[in-house]
Design a protein around this ligand. Structure first.
Ligand SMILES: CC(C)(COP(=O)(O)OP(=O)(O)OC[C@H]1O[C@@H](n2cnc3c(N)ncnc32)[C@H](O)[C@@H]1OP(=O)(O)O)[C@@H](O)C(=O)NCCC(=O)NCCS
Length: 125
């Protein structure tokens, strides 16, 4: 149950894609510094990026970063609120990619990372 966004080259071949779906974050999973600024509900709304991938031919050209920025811009311009973007990294290289872009891992789940939209607004907005 996701929306899939696809980047194509000039011939229509798939260069990369990502998916977004609605999600939530348990307040107890957030660092205290983040949680203390939020209402005392058990969870806060979020958007989950389940998959992000770039075709081998297009790796290292900025497409992965551009698609991450595209996802953040979509969430920022949506009329439904989300506290953060959440991603599921498939391996340590993916964790490093997301950390490089300022995302933070959950202590309880090191391959799941998040970026508060308030921070994203400063980067993309
Ligand atoms: C991870 C992936 C999406 C990156 O896409 P990409 O188009 O090659 O990355 P970009 O060229 O946009 O890189 C953007 C920035 O991230 C950095 N970066 C790329 N891969 C990185 C990694 N594994 N670790 C740390 N930084 C990384 C680049 O150096 C670049 O830095 P800069 O903007 O400061 O110059 C791509 O390698 C991929 O499809 N991997 C397989 C699937 C995957 O792991 N997806 C992750 C989610 S599960």
């Amino acid at each position: 149950m996701t929306a899939c966004f696809v980047a194509t080259d000039t011939t229509g071949q798939i260069a990369g894609f990502y998916t977004l779906a609605s999600s939530s974050i348990n307040l107890s999973d957030l660092p205290e510094e983040n949680a203390k600024k939020l209402p005392r509900y058990p969870s806060v709304p979020a958007v989950r990026m389940g998959r992000l991938a770039v075709d081998e031919r297009f790796k290292g050209l900025g497409l992965g970063g551009a698609m991450l920025a595209d996802a953040l811009a979509r969430i920022l311009s949506a009329e439904i609120a989300a506290y953060a973007l959440v991603v599921d990294a498939k391996d340590e290289a993916a964790v490093a990619f997301y950390r490089h872009h300022g995302m933070m891992a959950f202590a309880s789940s090191p391959k799941t990372l998040f970026l508060p939209m308030a921070v994203a607004h400063g980067l993309v907005g």
